[in-house]
Design a protein around this ligand. Structure first.
Ligand code: NAD
Ligand code: GLY
Length: 374
């Protein structure tokens, strides 16, 4: 824990400061209530005077106005870009709005981009930063639970394609992740539940002790108890930071485990149409499906499977596949980014907290499984 910064008596210093260790590209994750009240950390990372705050039409009036004002007051030349809101806008057209604005204002390579919003904003601004003039620095300021525990950390940036989720993108790390937990106060309940899916993912796929902790604290988490929530955010970021440090580009099988539930989940999101089910809802259902598949293959016992599915349900997330049809699901799963040589690779469980990439499952077995999960 850091000591409060005496020069900003009303603004608490970060309650936790973690680091994503990537050599010269290492960066901090600062977590605390009210961090947005102090813009000095953002200013320190700006090489020039131009700072571009990219948000959306919903989040901008909530947090963008204040942030821009503080930055301007501190002497920054602030440009604001407010994108349309929603997963359905995570596309080329919206990405171009960022490029158009950057070019119209003659933004140079020292321009610092600030992604203020949920995972959609973070992923799109990260991709814009990766590609604008071949790369400009950016900071993640995540304002949804999902973005605070997952998408803001690790440098996966992307937009969707009509045929597949996050299919066009780049690995590009932010210079800092600034998590102001106070922003969760305005987050709608459905979005909050969506974020719970990614917290549960870490426990199920990677850390049985964390799973036990979530299980014991789930009622408090559902009530957004500040102290329990802060612990969940910190532990999620710790796990993600460690996984990313060990396998930044998802090449050695480590980072792929963070995709537990996502092969089914991404297929559901794409098949239903982006935004119909929230990302976390699709992942929740995908995790239940991956759990049932692991159970059907005899890799986990029924008691473990029941505990996992009960947790997903208690968090208010769906566990039953929507009526999509197994062939459509299989078609979307055939384009998953983890696939190799046309083989679908699923993340399955060997035990609670222990997952692995399995590329040895016959397509017919997957088809049969999907057919029995309608
Ligand atoms: P989102 O960005 O669409 O945000 C959800 C909704 O909440 C939006 O309407 C948003 O405007 C609103 N919102 C944001 N902050 C708010 C606040 N503080 N108060 C009130 N409303 C607020 O969705 P998300 O769940 O944050 O992110 C989902 C996206 O993240 C998906 O596109 C998914 O693919 C991506 N993702 C990326 C990674 C990664 O590693 N890059 C990991 C997981 C998910
Ligand atoms: N959310 C999956 C990853 O970052 O790898």
């Amino acid at each position: 824990m850091n000591q409060p910064n005496p020069s900003h008596p009303t603004v608490p210093a970060a309650e936790a400061r973690l680091q994503v260790q990537l050599g010269g590209r290492s960066y901090d994750i600062a977590i605390g209530a009210g961090l947005l009240g102090d813009v000095s950390a953002i200013l320190r990372l700006a090489a020039g005077s131009r700072i571009v705050v990219v948000s959306n039409t919903l989040v901008s009036p909530l947090y963008g106005d204040d942030l821009a004002q503080r930055l301007s007051k501190a002497g920054a030349d602030v440009v604001r870009i407010d994108l349309p809101d929603g997963e359905v806008h995570k596309d080329w057209h919206t990405l171009n709005i960022i490029f158009d604005a950057l070019l119209a204002r003659a933004c140079d390579r020292k321009t610092l981009l600030v992604a203020l919003g949920g995972g959609v904003i973070g992923d799109m601004v990260g991709f814009a930063a990766a590609t604008y003039q071949r790369g400009v620095p950016f900071i993640q300021v995540p304002t949804t639970l999902l973005a605070q525990v997952d998408s803001s950390v690790g440098g996966k940036t992307a937009i969707n394609h009509p045929l597949g989720k996050n299919m066009i993108g780049a690995f590009y790390q932010p210079r800092m992740v600034m998590i102001d937990t106070n922003t969760l106060a305005t987050l709608p309940a459905r979005e909050y539940r969506s974020g719970m899916a990614e917290i549960i993912k870490y426990g199920v796929a990677l850390d049985a002790e964390f799973f036990d902790w979530i299980e014991a604290n789930l009622n408090l988490l559902n009530q957004r108890d500040p102290s329990v929530l802060a612990t969940a955010i910190r532990r999620s970021c710790e796990i993600k930071a460690a996984v990313v440090a060990a396998d930044e580009y998802e090449t050695n099988g480590g980072r792929a485990l963070l995709n537990f539930g996502h092969t089914f989940g991404h297929a559901i999101e794409t098949a239903l149409g982006y935004g119909v089910w929230l990302h976390g809802e699709a992942v929740g259902c995908g995790m239940a499906m991956a759990t049932r598949f692991s159970l059907a293959l005899g890799q986990i016992d029924a008691a473990t499977g029941n505990r996992i599915i009960a947790m997903i349900e208690r968090a208010g997330l769906p566990v039953k596949m929507p009526p999509i049809g197994s062939e459509v699901m299989l078609d979307h799963m055939s384009r998953d980014k983890k696939n190799e040589d046309g083989v679908i690779r699923l993340i399955l469980l060997d035990a609670l907290g222990k997952s692995r990439v399995d590329g040895g499952i016959d397509r017919r077995a997957i088809r049969n499984f999907l057919a029995t999960n309608q």
